[in-house]
Design a protein around this ligand. Structure first.
Ligand SMILES: Nc1ncnc2c1ncn2[C@@H]1O[C@H](COP(=O)(O)OP(=O)(O)OP(=O)(O)O)[C@@H](O)[C@H]1O
Ligand SMILES: [Mg+2]
Length: 407
């Protein structure tokens, strides 16, 4: 019987030697969003200039709130972090919040907390000298927040929060400064019973000195508008985050590798050129996918005591993570459709409706209907050969299904 602590300890001890065998000092592919350290940040030129325009215009009085939208792992939190530091450098008040796990009231309390804690107090916890003249009132508000925050059942009335907020914005904040509010995962507002909060935002987002950025998935604006139609007008700008292009994806990998290379390592070491191409091709320019795949492939290389990371390791990484295009298509199919494409793979990747209906023991009509749905989505090709119509798996599906079978 092996001691479980001992087991985890041993199994998780990656020796420096095996890292060095891969010409790396450490694994540079961390899934955490980029923060102030921007040396790994690539691309996003047009998004950054859109953000700069919005911030610039707001500083001259034309405030337009913005949504930052994109799929999972595209880099929304990272760009919000960068925006945080950029706005901080201008001396604005900044508040960064996540919309998740809060009720409307908690969100407001957290907002007030952040405004006071992040902006009015200095690092050592004393009120910063700029705000001394308002000290009595600020400390009173802060005390009240602490008494009412989180779990206290006592109701901290919305009117009071709003009044305090207005006081801070109109009397305490210096003229010419903005209050920049960065809300991550803002789609949560649409999911919970946040109607009250959205209503609050309606008046609040029209305040002159407030500039808000809401980050969320591509459907966020639609979802928020469904709950509260007027929100659209309050968030007139939408910044779309597309996938990285190939050159940017290469750059992302290269910069992280270069940071941890041991001396004598070159360019993409320990990745072989084919393995890099595979990563770029399969990850669709989504930074998180690229990072997770690289990280997993390096782990596999370590386990194999290998000196390089080759295409087959990347392949295994993709499979383990289930993030290749083929896997995503599979996730997208209904169980019946998935059965059909798997049967096609068993038949070598290409077959007729009749063959499939034989193998699957199902009527040709049913199979045909499913197949034409799959065809409509573009996941299989159709070819006529004399009287027969052959359906063929798309390359992406063939790649995952045939490899799955071989294993
Ligand atoms: N422009 C970029 N350059 C380099 N790395 C990036 C870039 N954008 C994102 N990343 C990396 O990709 C990963 C995902 O980024 P991030 O967490 O910001 O995405 P997200 O859109 O907020 O994801 P989610 O939808 O899960 O909230 C992180 O590891 C981050 O460091
Ligand atoms: Mg995020």
């Amino acid at each position: 019987m092996i001691d479980p602590i001992e087991f985890i300890h041993n199994a998780s001890s990656i020796s420096k030697k095996s890292m060095n065998r891969l010409k790396l000092k450490s694994n540079p592919f961390s899934e955490k969003p980029i923060r102030g350290n921007t040396k790994f940040f690539v691309g996003r030129n047009s998004e950054l200039s859109e953000i700069a325009d919005i911030l610039g215009a707001a500083q001259y009085g034309s405030v337009a709130n913005a949504a930052i939208v994109g799929t999972k792992g595209i880099g929304k939190s990272s760009i919000l972090n960068i925006l945080y530091y950029a706005a901080k450098r201008h001396g604005h008040w900044i508040v960064q919040l996540e919309a998740s796990q809060v009720t409307a009231r908690q969100f407001l309390i957290q907002l007030m907390h952040s405004i006071i804690g992040d902006n009015l107090f200095s690092v050592d916890g004393t009120l910063s000298t700029n705000y001394m003249e308002h000290s009595k009132k600020i400390i009173e508000i802060y005390r009240r927040l602490n008494t009412y925050s989180d779990k206290t059942p006592v109701h901290y009335p919305r009117e009071k929060i709003e009044r305090d907020l207005k006081y801070l914005l109109h009397n305490v904040k210096e003229e010419g400064k903005l209050c920049v509010i960065l809300v991550d995962e803002a789609d949560q507002f649409a999911k919970r019973s946040c109607l009250g909060l959205l209503q609050f935002f309606h008046s609040f987002l029209y305040e002159d000195d407030i500039l808000a950025f809401f980050a969320g998935p591509p459907t966020m604006m639609e979802d928020l508008t469904k709950i509260s139609p007027a929100i659209r007008d309050r968030i007139p700008k939408v910044i779309n985050m597309p996938p990285l292009d190939k050159a940017e994806a290469h750059d992302l990998i290269l910069r992280r590798l270069e940071d941890v290379h041991t001396s004598g390592a070159s360019e993409y070491d320990p990745f072989t050129p084919e393995s890099i191409e595979k990563i770029i091709e399969e990850c669709d320019g989504i930074p998180r996918r690229i990072i997770m795949t690289c990280s997993e492939a390096i782990s596999i290389g370590l386990k194999n005591s290998s000196t390089t990371v080759d295409e087959s390791m990347v392949e295994s990484a993709l499979k383990k993570l289930g993030i290749s295009v083929g896997h995503q298509i599979l996730n997208h199919l209904t169980p019946a459709q998935s059965k059909i494409v798997r049967a096609m793979a068993d038949l070598g990747g290409s077959s007729t409706v009749t063959e499939l209906s034989g193998v699957l023991n199902n009527s040709p009509g049913t199979i045909g209907t499913h197949l034409s749905d799959i065809y409509e989505m573009g996941y299989v090709y159709k070819e006529r050969d004399g009287y027969n119509v052959y359906y063929t798996l798309s390359k992406e599906l063939k790649d995952v299904l045939i490899t799955e079978k071989d294993n």
